[in-house]
Design a protein. Structure first.
Lengths: 151, 114, 151, 114
């Protein structure tokens, strides 16, 4: 099978900003990655990507929308070539993120908060936030490495 | 004659967590733990063997429990998940150093000193 | 847990009209149904719903878009109350469906084609097609029965 | 002296299908079957034990094979999927009557008459 995304593959998902339905992200990401053959460490990759997207979304529900009901989250998943990678954009219309907040947790002393953005950074190859009018835009990118064994 | 009896009861509570521990399910765990803390339990085994997914909200509940237990001379022992991808996250966040970790609940329970 | 969808729960998905990525439907549907507690026969339900939506989408790829690349499919999943049910709308901009086509397969004599729409009908409680401007709209509904044991 | 030897070779090909048999993967099965039909194979066991999902495009490939095999005095025997939800679909479409069905590949193979 040829793993080059034929052109650019784009999948969009829109869901309620509610912790209850964030499990759908994991299902969807697994579904997308399933169709890429010979992925290196597919389990770690799927789990890590799932967790990164999930952390961005729980922050949106909890911080940007302050757990108020009725709000939405928009996601775009893109498979891109050269090198093969997945790009995920997450948008919301909640409070603006203050990027000067100290986000690195003190790993030597376990703490209750602050692991979310740290995990996103650790689990992705690039990670960006930008305010765009009424929208917050979070973008992450992760390489999809194909194992060499079959080549 | 005088007979003095000292009765020592050590209670170790094991919680097996299965499925997803995330921002949606973490409150369920938290309220279970509140209940146990109200009963003055200070020794816990968190058995993550069959945990499929855990996020930072789940971790927050575990750290809160750890701090609370250690303040009262208790402790929380962790049984590592089977899933390698989940173990990797525990290493990334150094949770595997902050908590005493074990491969089985039995080993975790035996590790409590009396 | 209360299974009443708090208000109306709406999840939207947009994906390439390509057989390759239709597996995502199954993942998504499983993810949605996972969060409904005490479903009666959850496996049969998830499988049947997945198959019904999948058949509508393979028909769109194969018949409405005639397997041409570059087209899109839009899906809406709604959880509705009284009675608890799931409603799925599938839209495309392909060829109009000629609803006078004989779709019932002859079950006594196995045949190669014609099982798709038959399965959709069998696996859902209601099933509708309508042309809407440039769009084809397929709508299915399926009751989500909660098992009585815990009540 | 005359010795006449009649050599009869009965070839029964078993195909184990795992995962998804749908509009995307059905062409892979079809081309595998084309290959076998070119080798004049007419006796097949389709082992669906570990099939997780099957759609009408997958069914179309199976019926096409069945018709072709029976035309040439061969047959296709089906081993039912473990998954009850998938069996239900085979009942709905009466595939469980159109095909001879079995619980194991061994039984399916033994059912071929010689
Ligand atoms: N989407 C967001 N909108 C607004 N503020 C955010 C958002 N995400 C994170 N933050 C801020 O950054 C801090 C660190 O986030 P994070 O690392 O996820 O840890 P936690 O959520 O546990 O506090 C949060 O406490 C919050 O103040
Ligand atoms: N989305 C669609 N657009 C146009 N025609 C369709 C569509 N879906 C089904 N059809 C027509 O209805 C017929 C029956 O469809 P179906 O029962 O799925 O069987 P099959 O696809 O195997 O022929 C198709 O052969 C096709 O002519």
């Amino acid at each position: 099978m040829n793993n080059r995304a034929e052109s650019e593959i784009l999948i969009k998902l829109e869901l309620p900003a509610d912790y209850k339905y964030l499990n759908i992200l994991g299902s969807l990401i697994n579904g997308i990655l399933e169709r890429i053959e010979d992925l290196e460490e597919p389990e770690n990759l799927a789990y890590g990507l799932q967790l990164a997207v999930h952390e961005i979304c729980t922050n949106i529900v909890g911080h940007a929308y302050e757990e108020k009901p009725g709000y939405r989250i928009w996601l775009e998943f893109r498979l891109l070539n050269e090198p093969l990678r997945i790009l995920v954009k997450v948008s919301d219309t909640g409070k603006e993120f203050q990027s000067d907040i100290e986000t690195a947790p003190d790993l030597e002393n376990a703490q209750v908060h602050g692991y979310g953005l740290f995990l996103v950074e650790q689990l992705t190859d690039s990670f960006e936030y930008r305010r765009d009018g009424l929208y917050n835009r979070w973008t992450i990118e992760k390489a999809l490495t194909i194992s060499k064994k079959d080549i | 004659m005088n007979i003095n009896v000292f009765d020592i009861v050590i209670r170790i509570v094991t919680l097996e967590l299965e499925g997803r521990l995330d921002a949606f399910t973490a409150p369920q765990l938290r309220s279970k733990l509140d209940e146990l803390q109200n009963q003055s339990v200070i020794r816990y085994v968190l058995d993550l063997t069959n945990l499929e997914f855990m996020d930072s909200a789940g971790m927050a509940v575990m750290v809160t429990l750890l701090k609370h237990a250690r303040q009262q001379e208790g402790d929380v022992k962790m049984v590592l998940p089977k899933l390698e991808a989940a173990r990797r996250i525990l290493r990334l966040t150094r949770f595997d150093r902050v908590f005493d970790t074990f491969e089985t609940a039995e080993e975790a329970r035996k590790s409590f000193s009396i």
